[in-house]
Write a protein that binds this ligand. Structure first.
Ligand SMILES: Cc1cc2nc3c(=O)[nH]c(=O)nc-3n(C[C@H](O)[C@H](O)[C@H](O)COP(=O)(O)O)c2cc1C
Length: 178
């Protein structure tokens, strides 16, 4: 069994025009995935529909990242992140992702929508260093300490999570894409 770091080396890069989209119900079960989702995830529609989105979860991803995601979208806010996913072929693909709540005509949240595109080099490199630290904290002190590490980092830098992530993606203009 390959370690998370070994899996990172087996990487597939997104193209400039790649747009991986998916929809989930309120629990994170997949209700829709577009052609790019099928292509990069390497799961057929039959294999991914109604399955938890963790089907493409990568072991390098710290639990804190998903805690922040769910806390944010359940508070009806949008969430941005750099994440790596693992395909059925055990290949890693890094994405810049935006997740938003979807509403019905009564204003009730009925699910979530996500759009992923090619991430900036700066975004992936910075995120990798942060995730390495979070994984270590989670191993030694648990999830709460890991989330607190992120919150302290944002507080010290006087920036919100989404501002921080969007800023890193904008660096693609000078530093290029992954
Ligand atoms: C719209 C939406 C898209 C998501 N996309 C991903 C994704 O691409 N990769 C991923 O690992 N988790 C994704 N998640 C988060 C998963 O639901 C889940 O929280 C995560 O994979 C951690 O699962 P685990 O707690 O079972 O390890 C998404 C959630 C939502 C609501």
């Amino acid at each position: 069994m390959k370690s998370a770091l070994e899996l990172l080396k087996n990487e597939v890069l997104l193209k400039d025009d790649t747009l991986i989209t998916s929809k989930t119900d309120l629990k994170g079960n997949i209700t829709y995935g577009n052609l790019d989702f099928t292509h990069y995830g390497a799961y057929s529609e039959k294999e991914f529909l109604d399955k938890p989105h963790s089907i493409v979860r990568h072991p390098f991803m710290p639990r804190a990242a998903f805690k922040l995601l769910w806390d944010t979208i359940e508070a009806k806010q949008e969430f941005f992140a750099f994440t790596c996913n693992l395909s059925k072929k055990r290949q890693t693909y890094w994405v810049f992702v935006n997740v938003t709540p979807s509403y019905n005509e009564n204003g009730e949240v009925i699910g979530y929508y996500s759009v992923r595109r090619r991430p900036s080099k700066a975004g992936v490199e910075t995120t990798m260093e942060i995730y390495k630290q979070l994984l270590l904290i989670e191993k030694e002190k648990g999830l709460n300490a890991s989330v607190q590490f992120v919150l302290d980092y944002l507080e010290q830098n006087k920036i919100s999570w989404n501002e921080f992530i969007i800023g890193l993606q904008k660096q693609a203009e000078v530093g290029g894409y992954r």
